[in-house]
Design a protein around this ligand. Sequence first.
Ligand code: ZN
Length: 87
Amino acid sequence: VTATAVEPVDLGHDHRLEWRRVDGVLYGANVEHLGKDGQPCPYGWIHFDQPDGWTLEAEDPPTVSPSVLCTACGDHGFVRAGRWINA
Ligand SMILES: [Zn+2]
């Protein structure tokens, strides 16, 4: 198993997307964001490999559906064409 480290994609609005892949297969991403206290929130994980997961519409520029909601801090928005759009 080889995990490949790649540079996070800056989505704007203090959000960055970091793809996660194993053996070249893209299976999820970490959406880095700030919590209500302005500190980095440790949550924001999305995955594409399970029935209740997200749909990867495009890798470049990043587009996923449906919206991304962080149940920890309430951060909610869309990843569309490589940009974070607040919901
Ligand atoms: Zn959060």
